[in-house]
Design a protein around this ligand. Structure first.
Ligand SMILES: Nc1ncnc2c1ncn2[C@@H]1O[C@H](COP(=O)(O)OP(=O)(O)OP(=O)(O)O)[C@@H](O)[C@H]1O
Ligand SMILES: [Mg+2]
Length: 271
């Protein structure tokens, strides 16, 4: 496995990390790592937001990141997605080719282009990767996976909030990213749509086997979806909890309730 390391202060490309600064990732006997964060700090002015984050994530793992508002979750995700650089520390991405190192980020708002039809909006995710007929085919395939192939020729304005987020998910996944960073992507949806979207996200993650890093405020959502929940507090990882619950998971089971309780205790400094 070749490995790419991105050090503090280097300017990354928006989506793909430059093939420079090779450094070894720690060897893993089982699953190789998708990425590794070492001593990541980030400050804005004299305010320290991230204060030494160390995190190794194996390929294909689903990680949820939880923490109080303003604790640095989005900052961490932006660093991971190559949209920002750490003040110090190292992000190391595994993967031999640009496509193996590709990451995408999805936000709470769908951020669709209102003047482009659904198919074209999804093709935006293939910019610099594929165009023309190939891009149209790939876009249709992924729209099929999110259940919106029949809406390919429509405008974003006629879709519901949940449907727009499905288009945003399709755009994020059309280029088959190695890492998908999700910044509260379901935060603006109603409770039922949210559960449907969780199931869709889980299904597509299982099919495509990308590494998912989901920032959420919803402890139940984290436990429903993730293999592992990381709690950030005062710029550091305060809890790193495996979620060893078989899938498909059932909302409200005693096992998930116990894990949710453990996370809430840590968030509110109990126990
Ligand atoms: N570009 C920036 N310039 C200055 N301060 C920033 C910048 N980006 C983030 N911050 C500050 O860093 C801190 C962490 O912000 P961040 O957006 O990462 O928090 P968060 O955990 O995602 O919060 P929320 O749950 O509310 O989305 C906040 O105090 C914020 O004001
Ligand atoms: Mg945020």
């Amino acid at each position: 496995m070749s490995v790419i390391a991105l050090h503090a202060k280097q300017q990354p490309d928006k989506n793909d990390v430059p093939a420079s600064n090779r450094a070894p990732l720690p060897a893993s006997p089982a699953v190789p790592l998708a990425f590794s964060l070492r001593g990541i700090t980030k400050g804005f002015g004299d305010k320290t937001v991230l204060d030494g984050i160390d995190l190794d994530v194996p390929q294909g793992q689903f990680v949820a990141v939880i923490g109080k508002s303003g604790c640095g979750k989005s900052t961490l995700l932006r660093i991971l997605a190559g949209l920002d650089t750490p003040s110090s520390g190292t992000l190391t991405l595994a993967g031999g080719s640009a496509s193996e190192r590709r990451s995408r980020i999805m936000f709470q708002e769908p951020r669709l282009l209102p003047w482009a039809r659904i198919g074209r909006n999804v093709e935006v995710g293939l910019t610099g990767i594929a165009k023309g007929e190939v891009a149209r085919d790939l876009s249709l395939q992924i729209l099929q996976a999110v259940g919106l192939a029949d809406r390919v020729g429509e405008w974003p304005s006629v879709l519901s909030g949940g449907q727009k987020q499905r288009v945003a998910l399709a755009r994020a996944l059309v280029a088959h990213p190695f890492i998908l960073a999700l910044d509260e992507p379901l935060g603006a949806l109603d409770a039922l749509t949210r559960i449907e979207m969780q199931q869709l996200l889980e299904r597509i993650w299982q099919q495509q086997a990308f590494t998912a890093v989901l920032v959420t405020h919803d402890v139940a959502e984290a436990v429903a979806l993730a293999d592992r929940v990381v709690v950030i507090d005062e710029g550091r990882i305060a809890l790193d909890l495996p979620i060893p619950v078989a899938r498909p998971r059932r909302h409200g089971s005693p096992e998930t309730a116990r894990l949710e309780g453990q996370i809430l205790d840590r968030l509110f400094g109990r126990g």
